[in-house]
Design a protein around this ligand. Structure first.
Ligand code: CO
Length: 134
């Protein structure tokens, strides 16, 4: 059911510093910062030959990654995103096996303008999983 690894998201406190790390130290192609007020984050996309890295920094007061950064002050891997062809079919299949879909269970439009869902980390080896319909 799952397809390609779409991206790995890393939560960071200092977006400029982390962008510079990828651009200047690691020599990667990085995007300009993109504010996503609906998701409470500012995102920088790093293009790798086979996938993407997303740097997520908190935006606004109730950012969903604020708590994560409190627990992980140096930043850390926040989630991984797998591609699916049909997000509703994927959701229904997961729910039928008892996996927990976060939020109200309805796909939202993610940072790439495509429908996404998040799955509970306790059901996936301690890793927050995002599904994106491509
Ligand atoms: Co993501």
């Amino acid at each position: 059911m799952i397809g390609r690894l779409n991206h790995v998201a890393i939560a960071v406190k200092d977006l400029e510093k982390s962008t510079s790390l990828y651009r200047d130290t690691l020599g990667a192609k990085v995007s300009s910062p993109q504010a996503e007020p609906a998701h409470g984050v500012t995102v920088v996309f790093i293009e790798l030959p086979n996938t993407k890295i997303e740097l997520l920094a908190p935006l606004g007061e109730n950012s969903p990654i604020a708590k994560f950064l409190e627990k992980n002050p140096d930043g850390g891997m926040h989630h991984i995103c797998y591609e699916v062809e049909d997000i509703i079919a994927a959701r229904d299949r997961l729910k039928a096996t008892g996996a927990r879909v976060l939020g109200d269970g309805e796909p939202k439009i993610g940072a790439h303008g495509k429908p996404v869902l998040f799955l509970h980390p306790k059901d996936f080896n301690g890793t927050l999983v995002e599904l994106e319909q491509v």
